[in-house]
Design a protein around this ligand. Structure first.
Ligand SMILES: Nc1ncnc2c1ncn2[C@@H]1O[C@H](COP(=O)(O)OP(=O)(O)OP(=O)(O)O)[C@@H](O)[C@H]1O
Ligand SMILES: [Mg+2]
Length: 146
């Protein structure tokens, strides 16, 4: 993981239902330049939310660019991340990976082991998902096809 010394740090918040292709997009577009933070890295840990928040704050304090690779479906899920970015004077960008529900369901069903989540979780997050907006505090919102 390297960082372009000329690039200003940013916080990227991924948004999208399980199986839409967030982690794949991150690996292709940001893994070389951004520290990847995800609650998925600690599937069994308690206080995953707090742990993630602490890691985001530490990395921002160190001047790193970060991408938070979770489903982050609602403004409430994203608010503390936007707040951390603001506290460190770093712009927050949302990347909404938008793939059709049937595609997400099919990709999830094709996954092996822990990567696969219950179908009801895909449906529930799809139902709750609110597309990210500048009004929430993001400097920029990108929508990409998963
Ligand atoms: N653009 C794409 N075209 C075809 N297959 C894709 C594409 N993007 C992702 N996939 C495949 O779909 C599956 C799910 O992708 P991925 O793990 O990136 O989703 P995710 O959004 O990170 O899911 P989760 O929220 O559960 O972590 C993987 O098997 C991946 O290889
Ligand atoms: Mg993922």
């Amino acid at each position: 993981m390297t960082r372009d010394p000329g690039a200003a740090p940013e916080l990227v918040v991924m948004v999208g239902v399980p199986g839409c292709g967030k982690s794949t997009w991150v690996a292709e577009h940001l893994a070389a330049t951004h520290a990847v933070v995800s609650k998925d890295h600690w599937p069994n840990a308690r206080h995953r939310e707090l742990r993630q928040r602490r890691m985001v704050d530490e990395l921002l304090a160190a001047g790193r660019s970060i991408v938070v690779d979770n489903t982050n479906p609602t403004p409430a899920d994203r608010a503390s991340l936007i707040e951390s970015a603001r506290a460190h004077g770093v712009p927050a960008r949302a990347v909404h990976v938008d793939a059709p529900l049937e595609v997400c369901l099919a990709r999830n069903a094709a996954r092996e082991g822990r990567g696969r989540v219950p179908e009801r979780a895909v449906l529930s997050i799809h139902r709750r998902l609110v597309p990210p907006s500048v009004a929430e505090g993001f400097q920029r919102v990108d929508v990409v096809r998963g």
